[in-house]
Design a protein around this ligand. Structure first.
Ligand code: GRF
Length: 219
């Protein structure tokens, strides 16, 4: 790998459809490795098929969760990526990793945060009768689904929707917005400065063209 390339690592736990989108839409970043806390994660195959190194961690019997997480953290730190990308990673990232990466950990969440943090977002949206839903890409802080928001994509909730149909439309948005954000971070057009998201004019313009929402720039 050329030293000047913007290297990212992707953390997954499951099917890895976002990882697949990140692989196929990589323009300004290079996926250095894919890590999983679940050796059975189907998404690892996408990395292998693309010739990307994979590291799958199993929690040993009786191993404390803190020890397991520390092993994963050590490996991430050894790889010295520019950005850590959570893509369906079902484990809370330790504060030590957030600190050592200095605001260079991002996540995608299937709701329009701050609405519906946590799990089962599609079911909860439908149960509430909400009319709008979507996904959010955000910098990760020490909370759960609470860090500074970079960009969102919204969909209308249809009267005929069930959790699967809604999830499918939201996922299609995820597959567009996550690679876009990461390409723009790699280009230096999106940054976290003093806890605030800054986005260059060209990226703002492009986001609007693509139908993305940039909450940090709205009054
Ligand atoms: C996505 O909905 C993502 O927003 C959430 O977990 C899901 C992962 O899906 N964090 P996939 O493994 O990328 O297909």
């Amino acid at each position: 790998m050329q030293p000047q390339q913007y290297s990212i690592i992707v953390l997954i736990s499951g099917r890895g459809s976002n990882l697949k989108a990140l692989i196929s839409q990589a323009r300004h970043y290079k996926i250095q490795a894919v890590l999983s806390n679940n050796p059975a994660a189907a998404g690892l195959e996408h990395a292998k098929n693309a010739g990307i190194s994979t590291l799958a961690f199993s929690r040993a019997e009786g191993e404390k969760l803190s020890h397991f997480k520390a092993r994963i953290r050590d490996e991430i730190c050894n790889l010295t990526p520019k950005l850590v990308v959570l893509a369906g990673y079902m484990q809370i990232v330790e504060p030590e990793l957030i600190e050592s990466m200095q605001g260079r950990v991002i996540n995608i969440h299937p709701s329009l945060l701050p609405a519906y943090p946590g799990l089962h977002t599609h079911e909860r949206v439908l149960a509430d009768g909400a009319t709008r839903h979507g996904c959010t890409v955000h910098f990760v802080d020490k909370g759960v689904d609470t860090g500074p928001i970079i960009a969102q994509a919204a969909v209308d909730v249809l009267p005929t929707d069930n959790p699967d149909t809604l999830a499918e439309r939201v996922l299609a948005c995820e597959h567009r917005i996550y690679p876009w954000v990461i390409n723009r971070i790699a280009q230096g057009s999106i940054k976290l400065e003093g806890g605030t998201v800054s986005i260059e004019a060209s990226a703002r313009f492009e986001a609007t063209q693509l139908g993305f929402i940039l909450p940090a720039l709205q009054d």
